[in-house]
Design a protein around this ligand. Sequence first.
Ligand code: NAD
Length: 473
Amino acid sequence: MWRDPAKALPRSGPCLRSGDIRMRVAVIGAGYVGLVSGVCLADFGHRVTCIDTDGHRIAALARGKIPIFEPGLDALVAANVRGGRLAFAADLAAVSGADAVFIAVGTPTRRGDGHADLSFVYDAVKDVAPLLAETAILVTKSTVPVGTGDEIERIVRRQRPNADIAVVSNPEFLREGTAIEDFTHPDRVVIGTDDARARAVLADIYRPLLAAAPFVYVGRRTAELIKYAANAFLATKITFINEIADLCERVGGDVEDVARGIGLDERIGPKFLRAGPGIGGSCLPKDGLALIKTAHDHGMQLRLIETVCGVNEARKRAMAGKIAAALDGSVRGKTLGVLGLTFKADTDDTRDSPSIALIAGLLDLGATVRAYDPAGMAQAKLLLPAVNYCNSAYAAAAGADALVIATEWRQFRTLDLVQLRRVMAQPLIVDLRNVYDLEHMKRANFRYVALGRSERAAVAVRMQRQRLRALSA
Ligand code: NAD
């Protein structure tokens, strides 16, 4: 059942309040999804406890330290802790008495076979089942393959045969970097259950969003599939424009203009049409693999998605070659500055980041790498200890034969090119995020290698502009 938005919520201003409906909510897993969901639900007015088995994480939260980088999260956590709506616990016993318990633990790729590793989910369910209230709603927010809700229900029934506990799928679509905005102004809220009581409780929990977002009420298996289908579609869209970028380089077109030209078609839309170094992050790559495995388990092949995943992985590996090509074919013995380590801007998350794969490839090829990231250096140091980590973009560029823009942080869009030229060994920028204008770089006397934006296309645009100027003179 669809419920269309009656009116949009304000994008800023006082936080949302549910008024009379205040639930007791527990969130298991205080990571990128659990912590954001927990604090936003607290901000709706519910009483929320975020529980995590990582004692250090909970101790840090209790001291007011936020364990992840997410814009606006620290202030929202502080306000809701102060307001008595948000608490943290390392002990699962904190779920007792909760009306709804959200599971938001990780579902990484299982080592060796590509399936989603559901051990964190099932461990949490086994541990929490004996502690749940008689009529609690157990909500899976983690991204889990179709049928996982059925297995969770079996585990709960085995342990609590006489309780009336409903198991619901409520996948999360927030994006790191804009997580609070995404949670409080979602494109939709998907609630997967056939249980009318559970549906009513979830509707009450999300009541502040009722006027702002469509609610999609579906069966549990369908809800689980919606999440994977959404991520597979997004991965396909990005992979598509990446291939078009490669073609632009060969034939002399500009992928930015192609993306705009097709994105203005309402059937296509402008989002997720930015060419880049390949899809990364903690979701799209692993969810694509898990979806492929789900299909295999059911005797079928998702050939399109298999191709998307394969093309994407090959692209990440090919990026080191692109940099080598810009340096006369080899990076051996060269010094490279790399700006950006996280998989996207405004997060500290380096999981499956194309930048990490790129740097590993460059090191393997014999380069020396100097790197800077505004938030991702702590995580990257654990993955790539051989990199020389610097405290600014200019320090990373010092003595470099080429500077690579690997993540589209805002501060990398406005670099002081005069200062860069001064510190670099030679003026070469390889921009894997297409954040600069070709002409601008030319005027600054940089050799500029971008994705899918050939000099030939830039010359054509320049000539067309000159013709138009001449005509209007
Ligand atoms: P995360 O690794 O940041 O957080 C998971 C947390 O769960 C960790 O802090 C871990 O200590 C804790 N945990 C593990 N087992 C536990 C247990 N038994 N009891 C209590 N805590 C436990 O993961 P994440 O990025 O927040 O992702 C969580 C889920 O949400 C995944 O399924 C992911 O696919 C999905 N998701 C993630 C995003 C995203 O942008 N990160 C967006 C949408 C959906």
